[in-house]
Write a protein that binds this ligand. Sequence first.
Ligand code: URA
Length: 197
Amino acid sequence: MKEKPDAQQPSTLDECRRCDLWRNATQPVGGQGARRAKLMLVGEQPGDQEDLAGKPFVGPAGDLLDAALEAAGIDRRQVYITNAVKHFKWEPRGKRRMHKTPAQKEVAACHYWLEAELESVGPDVIVALGATALKSVLQSGSVTLKDYMGQPVERGGRWIVATYHPAYALRVPSSEARAEARQAIIDALLEAKRLLS
Ligand code: URA
């Protein structure tokens, strides 16, 4: 007799029904990059363009991330880039699909996939891009970015470096704050590089 698939332990992202976000997304977006990368970058969730392309960080936030990686002297092809949540959560505004922050229960449900990626890629350093990523990486819904910014922590034999999400560096109103946020992302990448050396 064929075994019924376990809804809590799907074997592929396409089959995942651990939360309801799959219902309104085009497709799940898994991680991309070097299969055995020493450095893993974790974002929040795919945005509009990532949802359509099926690849992480290919939209405006991805452009900013690419520029930060370049400024830090890190080759994107050498790292593994993924998100805490693999489906785009959005709400309609006119014809646009507006990003909606995932709920903690969705982040917790999707940790299943991040755990699998951590196991197979085995990075020594993780850069958490934004609070959602940090919550997933540290498996705590109550941690804040402020508490970890500029202070890498070691967990389970790997370093975790926290910084702003690239989208924050694009949308924060003042140009001064945008420049500071960009620099903080570059500094976090440089710190990650230092921890790897
Ligand atoms: N924002 C994210 O957190 N991840 C992406 O892949 C794109 C935008």
